[in-house]
Design a protein around this ligand. Structure first.
Ligand code: DX5
Ligand code: ZN
Length: 226
């Protein structure tokens, strides 16, 4: 697996904002532009109100993303994620991120992801303190700091997020990639980078643009020098 991809800054297009009638073509546009992390938002109608996609979408994209040397980053916004991680990894997820708020068994779930051979991501909602990740620092590869409330695309970036990212960066090892998700664009991504983020998830800013490849590149360019 291309886990070294996460040691470099990456802009990860979130397919939540893509045109699902032509999903493969939309993913090809961002892969061609250089994207190597494709973000898949899974919502269950319980942890968050919406229902989106499951393992069959991961499976449908796995070959295309792998052939481009990329990885599929699956963000589970579902209750009791431990019951589903295995099926997402079997379907082709390279990284699986779950929420601390969604299960009492955080360490168990992180270990389960690792045992199944995927990278371990743990997410915290805007109101969850960064200390929630402190005791499991050794187990995680990705620390996702939500920069909106999870559940919907197209929301505004929470302005206090860079301060929280800084506190998170002090709480986890340098090896851990800090990811931001929600309201990320060419204006907010550099603020997150300066605060210590390395992975930048962007949905609307990329797929709601007339040229997703160019929109991806614009965010990448916004990070140079930050
Ligand atoms: C929100 C999802 C995000 C979403 C971001 O709950 O986790 O990944 O796609 O969308 P934008 O970039 O539109 O805020
Ligand atoms: Zn997400």
């Amino acid at each position: 697996m291309n886990s070294e991809i996460l040691s470099r800054p990456q802009v990860a297009p979130s397919i939540l904002a893509a045109d699902f009638a032509r999903l493969g073509a939309q993913v090809a546009e961002v892969l061609d532009a250089g994207a190597r992390v494709i973000h898949v938002d899974v919502m269950d109608g319980h942890f968050v109100p919406e229902i989106t996609m499951g393992p069959i979408v991961v499976q449908a994209l796995a070959e295309q993303v792998k052939a481009a040397g990329g990885l599929l980053d699956v963000h589970l916004m579902i209750e009791r994620p431990e019951r589903h991680v295995a099926e997402f990894i079997t379907a082709g997820a390279h990284a699986v991120t779950f929420h601390t708020e969604a299960t009492p068994h955080i360490s168990y779930t992180a270990n389960l992801i690792k045992e199944h051979g995927a990278l371990v991501g743990v997410a915290i909602n805007p109101a969850t303190p960064v200390g929630a990740l402190q005791e499991i620092g050794e187990l995680i590869d990705i620390a996702l700091c939500m920069t909106v409330n999870p559940g919907w695309g197209g929301q505004s970036f929470i302005a206090s997020s860079p301060g929280k990212i800084r506190r998170l960066a002090q709480n986890v090892d340098e090896r851990v990639a800090i990811q931001v998700d929600g309201g990320v664009d060419a204006t907010t991504a550099p603020l997150c980078a300066q605060a210590g983020a390395r992975l930048f998830v962007a949905g609307s800013a990329i797929f709601r643009s007339p040229d997703p490849g160019e929109a991806y590149t614009r965010i990448v360019d916004s990070l140079s020098g930050s």
